[in-house]
Design a protein around this ligand. Structure first.
Ligand SMILES: *Cc1c(COP(=O)(O)O)cnc(C)c1O
Length: 436
């Protein structure tokens, strides 16, 4: 039996249950929820195995004492129902390069893992308190998040989703993934920018009467219910490699808001066989600059080819700093490499030439960081570049560059064949409130 786990804000607020942390999203003091203590698994405590089984064992201590504890195995089986394969690309002495492919879910990006697990959790929490209106998951999206959340919550009883996206500013395939659902998913194109969408969502949560009437909930990437299952794919991959070779793995993670990479830091702290962690970013260098200077200077995002990483104020840095202490502590956990658009293009072409594989622009940042490693750091280590999305999601960038067509994987092709439905609204809270 694990001791009861409570959750606390990075800014020190009161202890809450797992259910409250998941339904609340952000803590009332503006901080992010983290477990009160991090459990630790000794060597051999988690056998290598199937992804849902590893996830269940890894996450058990985080669910101890929660009403969800007995449902964790069913949640893992329900949410983590697609493969997360580790694909060996190159051998280099007793080291080499593998790619962790996280894009085999319904919307072909790693966000499917967190979104599906969060939906499985919220559906069970909402189901435990029946009656009243459904809880409304309100999301603003610049592209990938909204599709993963809509897919994950589609037809979940007791829950509905309202997705806001900037009209005319998301790619055609992204727009299709936001608007092909119907049923309990409402898609609204906002006449404005992504910042307008985010502002309206913030105003909706701040309007206490409106928030209470519609039981508004957030599903954005700072939700602890999205982070926890992400630690599980690092456990699954590193345990499998360790069982086969006796060797630990080092990960290079394409990074924007630091949700994916922070989950890797957690997995290592939990005792998984993980050595180094390198963050690969695009031209948004807030994290690199912090590691270099110790100064945290958030700034507006600049647009890049790896658009899902266009973040100037990576919010999960608050969790990493709370865990690591100061800048020196953060430096001891991670390194960071910034990759320009020109280098992303060159890397996509180079990797296609080497292996005949088309990767997405986000994944290219991690592959470039691997190529840049000094030879003595490459030899003898098992490096894993994390592939965060399928290249077919970014067809308008990848196809002209490589001169090929990249067919969408089957799950994505199914979505693209569905009809698209959405309404367009002005960029105001009043217009949103009318649609709720
Ligand atoms: C969201 C996203 C990222 C960035 O992940 P973070 O958790 O925000 O660091 C990278 N690649 C793709 C394809 C994404 O959708």
């Amino acid at each position: 039996m694990h001791p009861v786990m409570k959750y606390v804000s990075t800014r020190g607020g009161p202890l809450v249950t797992l259910e409250a942390a998941i339904m609340g999203g952000t803590a009332p003091d503006g901080g992010l929820y983290v477990p009160e203590t991090l459990p630790s698994f000794g060597p051999g405590a988690i056998p290598a195995g199937e992804f849902p089984a590893v996830a269940t064992t890894l996450l058990e201590p985080f669910f101890a004492g929660s009403t969800l504890a007995s449902q964790l195995p069913a949640m893992s089986a329900d949410a983590l129902n697609f493969p997360v394969p580790l694909r060996a690309l190159e051998h280099d002495g007793d080291g080499g390069l593998s790619v962790l492919e996280l894009f085999h879910g319904p919307t072909a990006a790693f966000k499917d893992v967190g979104a599906r697990f969060l939906a499985a959790a919220m559906a069970r929490i909402a189901g435990a308190t029946p009656g009243g209106p459904p809880a409304t998951i309100l999301v603003a999206t610049s592209g990938d998040t909204g599709g993963a959340v809509a897919a994950a919550f589609h037809r979940r009883p007791g829950l509905r989703v309202v997705v806001l996206f900037p009209a005319g500013r998301v790619s055609p395939r992204q727009q299709h993934q936001l608007t092909c659902w119907g049923d309990n998913v409402t898609s609204l194109a906002v006449e404005g920018s992504f910042d307008d969408c985010q502002r309206i969502v913030k105003e909706a949560f701040a309007d206490q009467a409106l928030a209470a009437r519609h039981r508004l909930c957030s599903a954005n990437s700072i939700n602890v219910g999205r982070l926890l299952p992400q630690a599980a794919y690092y456990a699954h991959a590193s345990l499998a490699h360790h069982a086969a070779t006796g060797q630990a793995s080092s990960f290079i993670v394409p990074t924007g808001n630091l949700g994916n990479a922070f989950a890797c830091v957690w997995a290592r702290r939990l005792g998984m066989p993980i050595e180094r962690i390198i963050l690969a970013t695009n031209a948004n260098t807030t994290i690199e600059d912090f590691l270099a200077t110790g100064q945290w200077l958030p700034r507006p995002a600049v647009a890049t080819l790896a658009s899902a990483m266009d973040v100037g104020n990576p919010s999960n840095m608050e969790r990493l700093r709370a865990l690591a202490g100061d800048a020196a502590g953060v430096r001891a956990e991670v390194d960071a490499v910034s990759v320009s658009d020109d280098v992303i293009r060159a890397t996509l072409v180079d990797e296609y030439r080497r292996h005949g594989i088309a990767w997405c622009p986000h994944t290219a940042t991690a592959l470039h960081a691997y190529r840049e490693l000094p030879a003595d750091e490459r030899h003898g280590r098992h490096w894993v570049a994390v592939a965060t999305a399928h290249a077919a999601k970014f067809d308008t960038i990848v196809e002209p560059l490589l001169g090929i067509t990249v067919p969408p994987p089957p799950a994505l092709a199914e979505l693209l064949a569905l009809p698209s439905r959405f309404d367009t609204i002005p960029a105001s809270l009043g217009a949103l409130a009318e649609r709720l």
